[in-house]
Design a protein around this ligand. Structure first.
Ligand code: ARG
Length: 252
């Protein structure tokens, strides 16, 4: 009988512990807001020793921190493959996506976007002295892009070339450095970050071949309340010149 009681007491204890734990996690959830990103895109998001949030830093992280602060919530970052971000948002795994993400019609089918906060363009990273001077010179070249980035769709669909696809910009740049590629097509700001880090590389622009792109924060479809909150913060950050400041701070 004693033994039965002991077992019963133990079972009750374990149940209480489990409930306390689950309860806790549930309560915490109220105070956090989860940003989805792919931290392979300096200066917008990258992994570093002492980041703004844990090991994450960059312009988007700084903006997201302002958004979280304005709501009195703790910012939590979910780092994942770029290709998974839209699905993670659409299924509620993350609350918003800040990832230097370009507003595009196909993405607008599954998510909404905030107001835009940055103007970008695709550029070509080449080795210094390359004979690539414009997008027309890409003909017959070994081109690297990152899977699912706008650089990928631009090279494939708009320009009609068959590039090699990488999971990270840094991997494509490594292959360029090692002469396995002739050129990498990627967004202007990360291109500059990669060129600054790797001597012997240069950026070639072609304003006519590449369209303007605008970055915005992706939010769940129809969540106008969150959109309003985010747009209010973005407006303040733009007007106060803080977004430019973030740009300067995280581009170094
Ligand atoms: N602007 C490009 C796009 O929307 C690339 C964004 C990549 N962002 C990142 N965090 N890896 O496709």
């Amino acid at each position: 009988m004693k033994k039965v009681l002991k077992v019963a007491a133990l079972v009750v204890c374990v149940c209480m512990l489990v409930c306390a734990f689950v309860g806790c996690a549930g309560d915490d959830k109220k105070d956090v807001i989860v940003m989805g990103t792919n931290a392979e895109f300096p200066p917008f998001e990258y992994v570093t020793e002492n980041g703004i949030v844990g090991q994450f830093s960059g312009i988007d992280v700084a903006i997201a921190k302002e958004i979280a602060d304005s709501m009195g919530k703790e910012l939590v970052i979910e780092n994942m493959e770029f290709e998974s971000l839209i699905m993670a948002l659409a299924t509620g795994k993350v609350d918003f996506v800040a990832a230097g993400m370009t507003v595009k019609p196909d993405r607008l089918e599954s998510v909404d976007f905030s107001d835009t906060y940055y103007l970008a363009k695709q550029v070509m990273i080449v080795k210094e002295g390359s004979d690539i001077k414009s997008a027309a010179d890409l003909e017959g070249k070994k081109i690297g892009v990152v899977l699912g980035y706008t650089g990928d769709t631009t090279v494939t669909e708009t320009l009609g070339y068959e590039p090699e696809r990488f999971k990270k910009g840094a991997d494509a740049v490594m292959d360029l450095v090692n002469d396995k590629l002739d050129v990498v097509v990627i967004d202007s700001a990360p291109a500059k970050a990669f060129v600054d880090k790797n001597p012997g590389l240069a950026i070639v622009e072609d304003a006519e071949a590449f369209e303007n792109e605008e970055y915005a924060i992706a939010i769940p479809k129809g969540d106008t309340e969150l959109a309003d909150k985010i747009n209010t913060v973005l407006k303040e950050l733009k007007e106060s010149g803080k977004i430019d400041e973030f740009g300067a701070t995280y581009s170094e």
